[in-house]
Each structure stands twice: as structure tokens, then as C-alpha cells.
Ligand binder design. Sequence first.
Ligand SMILES: CC(C)(COP(=O)(O)OP(=O)(O)OC[C@H]1O[C@@H](n2cnc3c(N)ncnc32)[C@H](O)[C@@H]1OP(=O)(O)O)[C@@H](O)C(=O)NCCC(=O)NCCS
Length: 155
Amino acid sequence: MASVPLLIRIENATWRDLGELRNLESECFGQDAWPLLDLISVLTLPGIIRMKAVTAEGLMAGFIAGECHAGEKIGWITTIGVLRAYRSQRVGTRLLEECEQRMKLPRVRLCVRRDNLPALKLYDEAGYQRVNIWRAYYQDGQDAIVLEKVFRIEH
Ligand SMILES: CC(C)(COP(=O)(O)OP(=O)(O)OC[C@H]1O[C@@H](n2cnc3c(N)ncnc32)[C@H](O)[C@@H]1OP(=O)(O)O)[C@@H](O)C(=O)NCCC(=O)NCCS
């Protein structure tokens, strides 16, 4: 039987999403989850693109944030997460594409744990390439791999 396509819309997130974002962060990142203050900041500070993937029932299935460093012409994806129940259905890919589009910068970067294979696969398929390694960046000593995607034209 063919699977039913997931009905997801991508919307701007606001401070009203704090509760759902806390749950999502905790499920997605465990010991690396951002503290409450960082979550409030990502939902409120200027210069940040923040978007959520919303199910037909109005629930947050995924979240992404991007910081625009317009002076350096670089955007940084600072977080992306999708609840387990909605993974491998292109929700992460859609969030990433929307955020890239919205940043309108010629280069977009992000960092990822060296052992995060699903995320590395997602970024590889999205066209990101390794530009740096930050040794022992994460709390448990794991390295971060810095990836970059270059856009030929300002989009
Ligand atoms: C990484 C993450 C955001 C991917 O979200 P997603 O909605 O599942 O991603 P997509 O469905 O768009 O997947 C894109 C591609 O990534 C790969 N991928 C996704 N999940 C995968 C898995 N569990 N194992 C291997 N590859 C996987 C696949 O190649 C997939 O393409 P395909 O579905 O055509 O095969 C999600 O796994 C997540 O939230 N993980 C925990 C938080 C996290 O690690 N965030 C990234 C921090 S840098």
C-alpha cells in the first residue's frame, strides 16, 4: 500500500512556540539541548530566521533557526530538529531549503557532530561540503564538522 504523504506546512515561529520547542529540543538533542534562555533568545532576538514545520493538527514537528551575518555574507544554521515520529519524510530537507532561501546569502554554514550520520546524510544530499573541524566541540568531547553550501547567485 502506498504511504500517505505527510501534510506539513512551514511557518515562522514565535515566542508562543516556546513550550513545543522545549519538547522538541529535548527529544532531538538530549544532553546537548539548549538551555531555556537560549530557546527564548532564538525565538525573540532580531536577525534570526526561525521556522517551524507544522502538522495538519497544528503541532510542531520540526524547527530550524538561521543567523544572518550579512557583513560576512554568511548565514549560520544554528539548530535544526525534527521529532522522531516525522523523520525520514523530508521535513528536515524542507526546513533547510526554506531557511536557506530566506537568508538570501551566498554562503550558508552549520556544524554537526561527527557521529550524527542522519544529519550528515541530509546535509550531503542538500549540497553541503566540509570546510573545517572543531575538535572536542561538544560536551562529551565529540568533534564538530563545519559544513558549507555555496550559492552561485544571491538568492
Ligand atoms: C537530522 C534530522 C533533522 C533530519 O530530519 P528528517 O526530516 O528526518 O530529514 P529528511 O527526511 O529530510 O532526510 C533527508 C535525508 O537525510 C537522510 N536521513 C534522514 N534520516 C536518516 C536516518 N535515520 N538514517 C540515515 N539517513 C537519514 C536520508 O538520506 C534522507 O533522504 P531520503 O529520505 O530521501 O533517504 C533529524 O534526524 C533530527 O532531528 N535529528 C536529531 C537532531 C539533529 O541531529 N539535528 C541536526 C543537528 S546538526
